[in-house]
Design a binder for this molecule. Sequence first.
Ligand code: PLP
Length: 449
Amino acid sequence: MATGAQKPRNGLLSTSMSTHLEPLAELADAVTEVPLVDGTSTRFVNFDYAASAPPLASVHRIVTTAMAHYASIHRGQSYLSRVSTAAYERARETVAELTGAGADDVVIFTRNTTDALTLLASAVPGRVVHFDIEHHANLLPWRGAEWTVVPASETLAASLGALELELKRSPAALVSVTGASNVTGECTPLGALAALAHSHGARLAVDGAQLAPHRPIDLAATGIDYLACSGHKLYAPYGGGALIGRVDWLDAAGPHQPGGGAVLNVTLDGVEWKPSPARHEGGTPNLVGAVSLGAAFQALEQIGFDAIREHESALYAELLSGLAALGIEPLRIWTDHHDRVGVASFNVPGYRADLVAAYLSAEHGIGVRGGKFCAHPLLRRFGLEDGAVRASIGLGTGTDDVSSLLQALDSLISDGPQWEYVASDGYLSPTPDPRPSADEAFAKHTTGF
Ligand SMILES: Cc1ncc(COP(=O)(O)O)c(C=O)c1O
């Protein structure tokens, strides 16, 4: 049985790699070898940053330091309690500063983007309008109130026109849009969207889950009213996220999570809630989530978004030209818009997406996402009920990774998979599979807790 990366058949891959790029930042992902079905092991090649990114080494170090001082936040009188509270509130200031939040804005720590948009949904005083290209996190929370979906057109210009018509037709409180599509990587023009929303009396919310790891986001400069983001997409996978934005709606809304810390006074039949952010952060706060999120925004700022953009664009261009050489065309929503982050979703002719994902992992040690990416309406628009394969680039990606992925796809197209795959537990798995089970591997790598 053939295994591992093989030489490209068509010779195009080597010519498309003009410069050799190393990863831009050090990640704290200690496990770098993964087993293959042939009994050997190989370097893990991660193309799944858009789903969840491992921690940056610098973020991990700051988390470790914070943990050394850990004590109860906002509650204790001990010295360490005060240190932890200061760390938590400093993280809030950092996130505010690095997202351009103004005096009328507040940073509320949440679990993730889904949680942040769900919180915002409970506070919107009117109709919400959004496109049909969104992740479920920016579709489902709005369904509790009045909402309207504007189908995106084939061009961005026509999509903005359709949005404008909808806002003219009937007033809306909020336009909510993704900053970058988790399926195609296409970025939305946030300044133009803010101006459009504002000119019709609406506010703009941005689902920043995919944009924030790749581009600077400045609420004040761009006119964004609300930004939602997730730590685990920002190289800070410690359970934190945030909603950043205008405080008035949030202070007028009921608490997102009623409980300790969110109240000024409680009687047996009444309660006086604190203003935001405490109003929406009931229960003991997630110190690691907050500190890691602040550290991640700071780390990205220090690496520099110009450097990040240059690095990722070069790798993305290598990936796209290599895919084109293999006859693979990534999905795109708009024909007139070319601003994208490093996300490419595609299908390999003749193979189901879940088979391609299973093959890349089992035979080549490459991690991609196969499926519908929590964006069912968009995949349905593309006519892809069986989903697609998504390869996404991050700070740990280098030219070697792009070459490995392209060579593995080339081998698949030329020779097909070299193993049998069967459905089990909702996934396709190779059979036989001599690799240690996930439970065994977990026990080995974690000393079995
Ligand atoms: C564009 C986009 N929005 C929202 C989300 C939801 O993020 P989370 O699962 O962290 O809430 C994701 C996650 O993949 C995403 O890609």
